[in-house]
Design a protein around this ligand. Structure first.
Ligand code: AMP
Ligand code: MN
Ligand code: MN
Ligand code: MN
Length: 277
């Protein structure tokens, strides 16, 4: 079964509408999909309808931004009830600082001679509630400041760079409570991407597990083949359910298309066995 449990639409920082993501997943041979927009579940109805029409299985999902010490980590909530009030209200609170942060990012960029970046980024936003660094990156590429969005992140949008504004996102325990209230399974997104020392990574994973977290992404578009192996071992060591997701944001922008990933190692328990079995 081709399973892809991590991707984005115009509801957050993806390039395709929810229905277009679903149709593309179907065309790429995906059998089971989850749309996991950042801090927002309002793409669900459109995605669900499209999935019903084209005959692909779908579960509701979300990718929650969490502040953990100095680091931002992303926690996926999979197979959630997207109407759960605790979840919906929690996500709304998490999103609420983004407009102000966007303005501050624009001010930071103006200080290094890039004028109008906030207004420029807004032109790339699909959901006014969810302006993200990705929209700034697209604007700066379009504006000729950098050649690729990756260059923009490296030069302007990461900690210490002029367009970076630290944020207080949800806490780990809030994210886990919202996902639990919504009946979903919490999964650490792209664990290989965080700037943790090995000791910090261990402490984080133990904390996540002790608070009821159940899964980690092993096969993701963000991991190298060495990291597939590393996090397969981590999943076994901690007894985590394993997930697979492309983290697709759009054609031509994402390294991997929907469903275009190696299978999970068969030593692991796939997270989807929790709702397909
Ligand atoms: P935000 O939630 O506004 O901080 O934006 C985070 C999003 O920016 C992530 O979900 C990615 O889509 C994108 N992103 C973060 N770091 C990078 C990077 N180094 N290169 C390209 N995209 C990135
Ligand atoms: Mn993103
Ligand atoms: Mn992420
Ligand atoms: Mn993502």
């Amino acid at each position: 079964m081709n399973v892809d449990l991590h991707c984005h639409s115009t509801i957050s920082d993806g390039l395709l509408r929810p229905s277009e993501v679903v149709l593309r997943a179907r065309a790429q041979g995906v059998d089971l999909l989850s749309l996991t927009d950042h801090d927002e579940v309002s793409g669900w109805e459109e995605a669900r309808r499209a999935a019903l029409e084209c005959g692909i299985d779908i579960v509701a999902g979300v990718e929650i931004s969490v502040s953990y010490g100095q680091e931002t980590v992303h926690i996926l909530g999979l197979n959630i009830d997207p109407t759960c009030p605790e979840l919906v209200q929690g996500l709304a609170a998490t999103r609420s600082g983004r407009e102000r942060r966007g303005q501050q990012m624009g001010e930071g960029l103006a200080l290094v001679g890039i004028e109008g970046a906030y207004e420029g980024a807004l032109r790339f936003v699909g959901n006014p509630d969810l302006i993200s660094r990705t929209h700034f990156a697209r604007f700066l590429v379009d504006h000729g400041v950098c050649r690729t969005t990756q260059d923009v992140f490296n030069k302007y949008l990461t900690p210490g760079k002029p367009g970076y504004v630290p944020m207080q996102w949800a806490t780990l325990s809030q994210a886990l409570e919202w996902i639990d209230s919504a009946g979903g399974i919490a999964v650490v997104a792209h664990p290989g991407r965080y700037r943790f020392t090995p000791l910090q990574l261990t402490a984080f994973l133990e904390d996540f597990k002790n608070r009821g977290g159940q899964g980690i992404e092993v096969i993701t578009g963000s991991h190298s083949p060495d990291q597939y192996k590393q996090f397969a071992l981590v999943a076994q060591e901690y007894g985590f359910l394993a997930s697979r997701g492309s983290d697709f944001h759009g054609p031509g922008e994402s390294r991997l298309d929907l469903g275009q990933l190696p299978p999970l190692p068969d030593t692991l328990t796939p997270v989807w066995t929790r709702w397909t079995a």
